[in-house]
Design a protein around this ligand. Structure first.
Ligand code: SF4
Ligand code: MSK
Length: 652
């Protein structure tokens, strides 16, 4: 069995794993020792799509499906089975993000109609931009009427049967042309996801290439559809994030306060919890129970959402959800959807913590269910906070809050990056493009995704990102990867001089940004697409996302959503590297299609490399190849930081 110090590079995690062990509490870290991955499932070589199977299409040892054909009962070959399994991951991931986006659209409509007390329109400017995107008349109509129309137009994107998703037109023209020529422009979000389930049903689409083309269509319906709707409409409802100082890690929990953790993905509820925790009635109740106040903290992507807009601290990322309870000071953990471990109520039984489910789509046996609806959100939020306050006097056992918390800067939307780089009068991506062209910044990488107990917690994210910034690659982050790097101290402006290469450090210090940029939650990967598009549109770096010196990665992924994200990155022209494990290794044929064949179709491809340094090197090699193709590789060699160049930088 591994030492706890080998399980995580996060000191708070290591400390609480020790406490969990002493107290006999099971966590995902320990369960991963006991439950080994099924080798057939891990390879993508198991088909259970009909009752003639399940069929395990195992190849003779040392042979690939290029040499030997093995089939299931129906004759399905290894590559077809691999492709079908891969597509079903995309379907689940795209469905999760898109259902999130749908809920936000419904809430926007209800808020605009005055049927969702507590919600209001915070970013009218973005609402107007979205109205233009959807072709909605603005004129001097009341803002609420425009918001209802925007919400309805967004909802219609899910059920649309023909034509193209509206946000496809935000992509560079050349990328749109590639998609149209391949016939993979998504028609409607739900339609593409449903079609994956149909095509992968027994006896339908049996051609791995044809399957993959549709997988890309559904993934694009996520990135440029459901996720983008989620991000954009959340900005309208809750405000477009601005840079904000935050704190991260389990040290943000306060032993003398009522601690409420919000965990999951949709900020619709957590925004209300934040308000309820500030309510004088709730604060008085908390004091009456002997607490000094009410402390709200987040886990996973909900944490990213409320941090960016309210500065609410982040308690941790995916693998820290059970450990937060192990501190003994979490009075309630409120969850909605996605990435919530079923083990939480069991862990909570060892303490006093109330696990509260809130979504009618996600119930957990053993949890208390307080259903949340936008028309009564304030009261639901108060009921939840009240439950936490009631639990406070019942704390049992030893309290141990690790003394680890780190300051960092978060809240970079692609709009604020533009503003920070260009300044108030000429916000633009020009300075970023110029610094890439002159070689101070080598390129840009999006590093995103989950934690996975099959690898050392946070270690892979942090090692990869350090290697990238050391080599002058500016890193954009979301999700649990962002939380990992924030904990490691990479998201402060000072991190530039400590960890970044000379060129990147110089730009970061001048502009006042960290070398690693926190851009939000899982749905906010759409912000990275928009940032890449803005770079293309700014000029000088080619005319498509695939021309940019840019790459993507999810080094500790575990979720099906990560596969959907990775596939829409690739389909959008971004070379993308995944770590941990790869779900199609059972088929050399299908893996080659992903790792090589996609290049000629969408000018980008997947790669799999579990070693973070080797993976970073693959990304840097790709960035350098793109620099060469753009003819800016020489510029990089000429960089000498003389006084004239410094003055030029300072004038940005
Ligand atoms: Fe086996 Fe074919 Fe049925 Fe899959 S669809 S379980 S390969 S018979
Ligand atoms: S929460 S999908 S573990 S990033 Fe978005 Fe983290 Fe991955 Fe869930």
């Amino acid at each position: 069995m591994a030492e706890n110090t080998d399980r995580s590079v996060c000191p708070a995690t290591v400390q609480l794993l020790g406490k969990a062990q002493q107290e006999g509490v099971s966590t995902a870290f320990f369960r991963a020792d006991q439950v080994k991955p099924c080798p057939i499932g891990a390879d993508g070589s198991c088909c259970r799509n009909c009752a003639m199977g399940p069929c395990r299409v195992l190849l003779p040892r040392g042979k690939s499906d290029l040499e030997v054909e093995v089939t299931g009962v129906c004759g399905a070959t290894t590559d077809t089975i691999s492709a079908r399994n891969f597509l079903r991951m995309i379907a689940a991931g795209a469905a999760a993000h898109s259902d999130h986006g749908r809920a936000v659209a419904e809430t926007l409509i209800a808020a605009a109609k005055g049927e969702a007390p507590g919600y209001s329109i915070k970013d009218e400017y973005k609402l107007m931009k979205l109205a233009l995107d959807f072709g909605i008349e603005v004129g001097d109509r009341p803002i609420e009427d425009i918001a209802v129309d925007v919400g309805r137009a967004a909802l219609a994107q899910f059920s649309q049967q023909e034509g193209e998703l509206a946000f496809i037109k935000k992509a560079p023209l050349k990328r749109q042309e590639i998609w149209r020529n391949l016939g993979i422009v998504p028609r409607g979000i739900d339609r593409e996801i449903v079609e994956i389930m149909h095509r992968t049903h027994m006896g339908v689409d049996q051609d791995p290439e044809s399957l993959l083309m549709h997988g890309m269509r559904a993934a694009l319906a996520d990135g440029w559809g459901g996720s983008m709707i989620g991000t954009e409409l959340q900005d309208v409802l809750f405000g477009t994030p601005q840079p904000i100082l935050g704190q991260v890690n389990l040290g943000v929990l306060k032993p003398d306060h009522v601690n409420v953790i919000v965990h999951g993905h949709e900020p619709l509820l957590s925004e209300m919890i934040v308000l309820a925790a500030e309510d004088p009635e709730m604060l008085a109740l908390a004091r009456a129970k002997g607490a000094q106040g009410i402390n709200v903290a987040g886990i996973c992507c909900t944490a990213n959402e409320i941090l960016m807009r309210h500065g609410i601290p982040i308690a941790g990322n995916f693998l820290q959800q059970e450990l937060a309870i192990v501190t003994g000071v979490v009075d309630a953990m409120v969850v909605d959807v996605q990435c919530i471990m079923q083990s939480l109520p069991k862990v909570a039984q060892c303490y006093h913590t109330r696990i509260i489910t809130t979504s009618n789509r996600a119930r957990i046996p053993g949890a208390t269910h307080i259903e949340f609806h936008e028309h009564d959100a304030v009261n639901a939020a108060k009921a939840i906070v009240r439950a936490a306050i009631e639990a406070f006097p019942h704390r049992t056992g030893r309290v141990e809050v690790p003394p680890h918390q780190v300051d960092f800067v978060a809240g970079f939307s692609h709009e604020t990056i533009e503003y920070l780089l260009g300044g108030v009068f000429r916000s633009s991506y020009r300075p970023l493009n110029d610094n890439i062209i002159n070689g101070r910044i080598r390129g840009v990488a999006g590093v995103v995704g989950c934690n996975n107990p099959r690898v050392e917690h946070d270690a892979v994210h942090v090692a990869m990102v350090k290697e990238l910034i050391k080599n002058d690659v500016l890193v954009l982050q979301t999700g649990c990867s962002a939380i990992a790097c924030a904990k490691a101290g990479l998201m402060t402006p000072e991190a530039a001089s400590q960890y970044a290469g000379g060129g990147l450090a110089e730009v970061c210090e001048t502009v006042g940004i960290p070398p690693v940029i926190h851009m939000g939650s899982c749905v906010d990967n759409s912000r990275i697409l928009m940032a890449a598009t803005a770079m293309v549109k700014e000029g000088g770096l080619g005319d498509d996302i695939s021309d940019l010196p840019a790459a993507g990665a999810a080094p500790e992924w575990m979720s099906e959503k990560a596969i959907s994200i990775g596939q829409y990155f690739v389909a959008s022209g971004v070379f993308t590297v995944f770590g941990v494990t790869w779900p199609t290794t059972g088929s050399e044929k299908f893996s080659r299609l992903l790792f090589e064949g996609l290049e000629e179709k969408v000018k980008a491809r997947w790669a799999y490399e579990p070693d973070p340094i080797k993976a970073a090197k693959l990304m840097i090699e790709h960035i350098d190849a793109k620099r060469k193709a753009l003819g800016i590789d020489k510029a990089r060699e000429r960089v000498l930081y003389d006084m004239a160049m410094r003055r030029e930088l300072e004038a940005l």
